[in-house]
Design a protein around this ligand. Structure first.
Ligand SMILES: *Cc1c(COP(=O)(O)O)cnc(C)c1O
Length: 485
């Protein structure tokens, strides 16, 4: 069981021990020092651990067993779409023609890979209803920034230099105001109404000649579909602003409605969420952007185009905001998304949204019996409940999350969104069975009982994990990322 003294690979090191054997030299030895400038040559061998093959296997196998992922259990981390990543994606991504090519290769020699990218662009255009798509951005947040830079370029091309503000609802994903700031705008908050949706009166109050855009997370971070989008579009477009759709969580609407049809000018998608790119641990991701015809000229370059039956990269795009990433996007993640789209088909993708929404509503209505549900309408792919009833018993949402670890679950997102007290944001995803959903619901009910009859137990959880409560603030503020003897 729990071994808190888990030695680092460096601690296992014994001088002279090796995990490799090289054949005898059969070429003359070459003295680097005679050939190259002194400064290039490392004087001492790097300080690497010296261990046998068996030891290294045991070390990493033991570490891997401590890991938790979608392949090991239920992972309802709200807003992250930790759904199953089909293994056929991995088979396809490992095909030689995809995995053994180089971005510097002559485009004529990699037409198949380029055709895949082009077809993916076409599929994403169709799914979003946008005019043109770029696969370059490597994450949702980078897609947001790319979209805002295009909006800035559009306004500046019209001589409109005073549009310095981006309106962001208080129910937006946290990256939205951050991206606005990084793109050089001021983020202006618009409030939610008592239904948890954008307050149109407040929107009318903040909109003006200085509005560059509205960034809308839809469904918003409460998992609620914004019902007054057409009115918002009229208000923003009427004031000369642009409409940005944060489509990171497209799994809620895919196949049913499209940002392009709602009047949005820019949208980004998270292929690593909705379209099954494996993620967690920081990447790699893919956050393609789609734009209306009015903004197409500003897309990052090069743009992949088809000319005379040949796929080429078009660099001749004078109005482009330029490159946002070396090469052509995270090819491997884009390829997995393409595989997913092709295996699911249009009807399959529609079913994804259907089941994602049904699963979330099923779970929400069951949990509502013991946990406070702040907004009563049906949710989309995720929902937010509050632990404020349990808090009165001395059990905080953090305690509930820690107790879930004892029962073998990854906890939901907690304390977000910030407009809900003791928030728990739950996203079951469409890939889970009813039995799994019922198992989690039962555990949440059990923890609610524990909070009533044995609150200390929940307050002191977890008991069954390798490490107990960590000092998360210090870990975030003073991360120590390297081994020092
Ligand atoms: C995850 C998410 C993002 C950010 O995506 P990253 O790939 O993590 O940068 C943005 N908006 C929403 C709604 C999200 O769920």
């Amino acid at each position: 069981m729990a071994n808190t003294d888990f030695p680092l690979i460096f601690d296992r090191s014994k001088e002279g021990r090796t995990g490799y054997s090289f054949p005898e030299f059969d070429v003359p030895e070459f003295n680097l020092e005679n050939e190259f400038e002194d400064s290039y040559i490392r004087k001492e061998a790097p300080d690497l651990p010296e261990v046998s093959e068996l030891e290294i296997m045991r070390h990493y196998t033991a570490l891997s067993k401590r890991n938790y992922g979608v392949d090991s259990g239920f992972y309802p981390l709200g807003s992250c779409t930790m759904k199953y990543n089909p293994k056929i994606n991995e088979d396809i991504a490992r095909l030689d023609g995809f995995s053994h090519i180089h971005p510097h290769q002559d485009p004529k020699s990699v037409q198949g890979a380029m055709e895949m990218m082009y077809d993916l662009q076409t599929s994403l255009r169709e799914i979003t209803g946008m005019h043109e798509v770029s696969l370059q951005p490597a994450a949702g947040a980078q897609g947001e920034w790319t979209g805002l830079m295009m909006i800035r370029a559009f306004h500046e091309a019209n001589g409109d230099y005073n549009r310095t503000k981006v309106i962001v609802p208080d129910s937006a994903h946290g990256t939205n105001p951050a991206s606005a700031k990084v793109a050089g705008f001021d983020a202006v908050t618009v409030k939610s109404n008592d239904k948890g949706l954008v307050d149109l009166e407040d929107l009318k109050r903040v909109v003006g000649k200085d509005t560059a855009a509205l960034m809308l997370t839809n469904p918003n971070t409460l998992g609620l579909f914004e019902t007054e989008i057409l009115e918002m579009a009229e208000i923003i477009h009427g004031a000369g602003g642009k409409l940005y759709y944060d489509g990171a969580n497209l799994n809620a609407i895919m196949g049913y409605t499209r940002p392009g049809d709602m009047g949005f000018d820019v949208v980004h998608l998270n292929l690593h969420k909705t379209f099954t790119g494996p993620h967690g641990g920081g990447g790699p991701g893919s956050g393609p952007v789609g734009v209306s015809s009015e903004l197409a000229a500003y897309l990052p370059k090069p743009l992949l185009v088809k000319k005379d039956n040949l796929y080429t990269f078009d660099y001749d795009r004078p109005d482009s905001i330029g490159r946002v990433k070396p090469y052509y996007g995270n090819f491997g993640i884009n390829l997995r998304a393409y595989t997913y789209i092709r295996t699911m088909g249009a009807e399959g993708l529609k079913k994804v949204s259907e089941y994602a929404v049904i699963n979330a509503n099923y779970m929400m209505r069951k949990l509502e019996k013991e946990y406070v549900l702040p907004y009563q309408q049906h949710c989309k792919h995720e929902f937010v409940i509050s632990g404020k009833k349990q808090k009165k018993l001395g059990v905080r949402t953090l305690d509930i999350a820690k107790r879930l670890l004892d029962y073998g679950y990854h906890p939901p997102t907690i304390y977000f969104p910030i407009n809900v007290e003791e928030a728990m944001m739950v996203e079951p995803t469409e890939t889970e069975s009813k039995e799994t959903l019922d198992g989690f619901i039962g555990t949440m009910m059990k923890i609610s009982d524990e909070a009533k009859y044995n609150p200390e137990l929940v307050q002191e959880a977890p008991f069954n994990t390798v490490v107990k409560r960590m000092d998360e603030t210090t870990a975030a503020r003073k991360p120590i990322l390297r081994y020092d003897k």
